[in-house]
Design a protein around this ligand. Structure first.
Ligand code: SAH
Ligand code: SF4
Ligand code: F3S
Length: 438
């Protein structure tokens, strides 16, 4: 029996799909090469923006055709979109061919649902509330050098535009020794990069084996010291209001933690940040960037910015451009505000029209493109430490990632995947770096 998993959304979902694959493989399923070969198709959904939902609904149209060709195909839909209030009912009405619907809080039950569906029953079960983090699920990890490790689930921040607190529940932290045990085991298995996952990792609040409180800075420090071998510990996502000096110090002091920070700003306007319930001002945000640069002048910063939030004026938007200009992001994820059912911002009566939002989005992207190119050009001539993650024997091209997460290509006679090497940057093409192995 063969399976396919289609994943939408963030790294949290990517990792949860690895758990779904683990559950399937424990039951003897193997990955299918093509959708049309699959006996089970799982669609792990996202609802962060409307276009994510539209893509998923489009894909369900395609799956319906597969189902018409293969009556025995089992279709499962799970994840954040399914977790939304009333979504299971809407999905059932719109796509009656779906066999299994479940939400984010009952992912661990997938095996039992699959057994029921294989016995010919339909399953639609979305738990309204989160429980304790599920431990011990089988995980079929993706190929490559990076392994994801959950440190916490959920979000308590309720930014007014965001669905995540509604579909992921309240914050729950895993016990620190479970996190550290996972990391040790993954390094023993040969992974070279560990990414700690949470909606807001800086508010990690766990306990150790003796019941003592462990904060994020301490967990990160321990995670970077579980083994004498060389590896990288990354983490995502940070919230500026919780990004402490202590965390900055740990990054700066730990050779295994790359000097790279993803710190979403969302906006550069204090008025809009307040309406978003972000709990910091533009000056607070820039203060965090200064604190990072003081200890780590070469640190790479990436971020998220949204345009078109309700009530955003041209003046607010210019504040955002000024913030982007002063931070000089190595990488910026840019979004147009999307109205999400049930959030506070959805009922604000000053929504921005699409044309204005699109115009601002384009101006933001243009600014960031030129900053990104300048930063990439400034890397030429520098020697960077690179973790190799792929190799094409035919062209003898190795691919690797720099500390700040940039992809770099270079020639090598042998496969170096999983190794740390030094590469001299020679040129930039289409924002990719190219270099020579030293
Ligand atoms: N927990 C993380 C990630 C949240 S989702 C954080 O707090 O940063 C990733 C990004 O999607 C957010 O940073 C935000 O920029 C964007 N986003 C979230 N909700 C959105 C919405 N309704 N419309 C447009 N972008 C949104
Ligand atoms: Fe959403 Fe804000 Fe939580 Fe991030 S911190 S997941 S943007 S509510
Ligand atoms: Fe999407 Fe859920 Fe992640 S809404 S961004 S998959 S937490």
């Amino acid at each position: 029996m063969l399976y396919r998993i289609v994943t939408y959304g963030c790294q949290m979902n990517v990792h949860e799909s690895e758990k779904l694959a683990g559950i399937l493989e424990l039951r003897g399923f193997l990955p299918a090469e093509r959708d049309s070969d699959a006996d089970v198709i799982v669609i792990n959904t996202c609802c962060i923006r409307e276009n994510a939902e539209n893509r998923i609904l489009g894909n369900l149209g395609f799956v319906k055709k597969l189902k018409e060709e293969n009556r025995n195909l089992i279709v499962a839909v799970c994840g954040c979109m399914a977790q939304q209030d009333g979504a299971a009912e809407r999905l059932k009405a719109r796509c009656p061919f779906i066999n299994i619907i479940f939400g984010t809080h009952n992912l661990a039950e997938f095996g039992a649902y699959l057994d029921k569906a294989m016995a010919g029953k339909k399953v639609s079960e979305v738990w309204p509330q989160e429980g304790e983090p599920a431990e011990g699920l089988p995980v079929k990890r993706g190929e490559g050098v990076n392994a994801w490790v959950n440190i916490m689930y959920g979000c308590d921040n309720f930014c007014t535009y965001c669905v995540v607190p509604y579909v992921r529940g309240r914050e729950r932290s895993r016990k620190s020794e479970l996190v550290l045990d996972d990391i040790k085991r993954l390094l023993d298995e040969g992974f070279k990069e560990i990414t700690l996952l949470g909606q807001n990792v800086n508010s990690y609040s766990g306990t150790d084996a003796d019941g003592n409180y462990v904060n994020f800075a301490s967990l990160l420090e321990q995670a970077a010291n579980v083994s004498a071998q060389k590896y990288r510990v990354r983490f995502t996502t940070s919230h500026p209001k919780d990004f402490s000096d202590e965390v900055i110090r740990v990054i700066s002091d730990s050779p295994n933690v790359p000097e790279f920070i993803h710190l979403p700003a969302q906006s550069g306007s204090d008025r809009i940040l307040k309406a978003m319930n972000r709990k910091y001002t533009a000056a607070d945000y820039l203060g965090r960037i200064d604190a990072i640069k003081k200890l780590m002048p070469d640190a790479g910063i990436s971020g998220d910015i949204m345009v078109g939030f309700p009530g955003e004026t041209e003046e607010d938007f210019l504040d955002t451009l000024r913030l982007v200009e002063s931070v000089r992001y190595i990488n910026l994820f840019t979004f147009i505000y999307s109205k999400r059912r049930g959030t506070v911002a959805a009922s604000m009566d000053n929504q921005i029209d699409r044309i204005t939002a699109l115009g601002r989005f384009q101006r933001l992207v243009n600014l960031q493109t030129s900053i990104g190119l300048e930063l990439a050009a400034a890397a030429v001539g520098k020697t960077l430490e690179v973790l190799c993650d792929a190799y094409t024997a035919k062209t003898r091209l190795s691919r690797g990632k720099t500390a700040s997460g940039k992809i770099i290509w270079f020639k090598s006679d042998t496969e170096l995947t999983g190794q740390f090497v030094n590469v001299n940057v020679t040129h930039v093409k289409n924002s990719n770096l190219y270099g020579e192995l030293i």
